[in-house]
Write a protein that binds this ligand. Structure first.
Ligand SMILES: [Zn+2]
Length: 427
């Protein structure tokens, strides 16, 4: 990865940048910092394919539901993003991972055989809010390699403690800072992946998860508040969750080398095109930085793990999908919805949270493409405890659950064309 200084992009992406250096993602900064401490560390990457062959491949994999807790850590009203940003972001993650995003039609024909959809769904469990007195969360490392931005994950340091990071994906939204520039997000990979090297993973499990700058958080239906001219469409989180599930940048973070050249590194995924360097925040579909001759593919600006503009990103490759699913089936095997606690409907478009609930539940219908939705909640004996018809367009409904006894309830949502069912737990 080259240090990204994009004179051209500054013009392209607008006036907010104040000649700042923009980094799409700070995940490799951590790796580079380790490299300073342990010279050669960064180039310890081994063949991921060899590794993949050693881990048990699950023959059939069902849908994996990842419970998500979002922490909004804000110092002012601008940073205190509304629930609508969160639900739009969850929708974007679900669409992009399931390859149900509408812009897959922009994918060049030559890449169609190599792209795939993941059996991974994200289920919003809780939105936590914490007002901080910290000015920001700086991406700065001390001599031990501790990242000061990780303070966002620690209540005692002005952040908000992770919720069950062994079973839940925690996403923190805050103002990340870096000297002379901007980092939109970062994440640590899980431990034990040779494509990252030992020690690249999270420093402790309490610090596991994804951090997104508030200016890049939200989905296509709720664009980020800051750099909308930069083309953010909620794909910073798609990219960072890719790191969280073990993926590296598509160009292998090798400072511009092609196969056979000194210092060449691969992302470890066999079907991603060989690419020398990051795409410079644009959608240039003519670049072919490493030409391998017959059958060669150009640089894949459509890939979520590139640094291309989010407006042209629309795909993971089959190899990347299979890799993430393997990570969930092996190293991150505890990151699943606990059986019996929830029964999330694969027809996402609807989110019900928090689950388990205490005083209320929220039902997000904002991305449901229907005019009306009837909601019925019944207890385990079938007794109806809530019944109402709602306008399903742009509606986030909060239902008081204080009066409900502790136990399991069934939420049934009926729209013109579909039925949605989910089990919730009242604590
Ligand atoms: Zn990255």
């Amino acid at each position: 990865m080259k240090k990204l200084l994009l004179a051209a992009s500054l013009v392209l992406f607008g006036m907010n940048l104040h000649a700042q250096q923009i980094k799409r993602c700070g995940s490799v900064e951590y790796l580079k910092n380790l490299d300073k401490k342990y010279p050669g560390f960064e180039h310890g990457v081994k063949s991921l394919q060899d590794y993949m062959n050693t881990i048990p491949q699950k023959k059939t994999r069902g849908q994996v539901y990842i419970p998500v807790v979002v922490h909004i850590v804000y110092k002012n009203a601008t940073e205190n993003l509304s629930d609508a940003y969160v639900t739009a972001q969850i929708d974007q993650l679900n669409k992009d991972y399931a390859r149900l995003n509408s812009d897959t039609t922009n994918l060049r024909a030559e890449f169609k055989p190599i792209v795939g959809a993941a059996n991974i769904r994200f289920v919003l469990q809780q939105i936590k809010r914490k007002q901080t007195t910290n000015a920001d969360f700086p991406m700065e490392f001390d001599w031990l390699g501790n990242n000061a931005a990780d303070d966002v994950k620690v209540s005692a340091n002005g952040g908000d403690d992770a919720v069950s990071p062994n079973t839940t994906l925690n996403i923190w939204v805050c103002d990340i800072s870096v000297t002379g520039g901007e980092i939109l997000g970062y994440a640590y990979p899980p431990p034990g992946l040779p494509n990252w090297g030992a020690g690249a993973n999270y420093p402790s499990q309490a610090l596991d998860g994804v951090v997104i700058d508030y200016i890049a958080f939200g989905g296509a239906s709720k664009l980020p508040v800051g750099y909308s001219s930069f083309g953010c469409k909620g794909r910073t989180a798609v990219h960072e969750v890719g790191h969280y599930l073990g993926l590296r940048h598509i160009w292998g973070d090798d400072d511009g080398a092609c196969q056979g050249q000194t210092d060449y590194e691969d992302d470890g995924i066999s079907d991603t095109p060989i690419q020398a360097d990051a795409s410079p925040f644009n959608c240039n579909k003519t670049i072919n930085s490493c030409n391998q001759g017959t059958g060669d593919l150009k640089d894949m600006v459509e890939n979520y793990m590139d640094y291309s503009s989010e407006s042209c990103q629309n795909s993971f490759t089959k190899g990347q999908v299979s890799f993430m699913e393997n990570v969930l089936a092996t190293i991150r095997t505890s990151i699943h919805m606990p059986t019996g606690i929830a029964d999330p409907n694969p027809d996402f478009g609807i989110q019900i949270f928090p689950n388990p609930a205490s005083n209320n539940i929220n039902i997000n219908l904002t991305s449901l493409d229907e005019k009306q939705a009837s909601i019925l909640i019944s207890d385990a004996t079938g007794k109806i405890v809530y019944k109402a018809v709602h306008n399903a367009l742009n509606e986030l409904i909060t239902i008081n659950t204080e009066y409900m006894q502790a136990g399991a309830y069934f939420v049934k949502i009926q729209t013109g064309s579909k039925n949605y069912n989910q089990t919730i737990i009242k604590q």
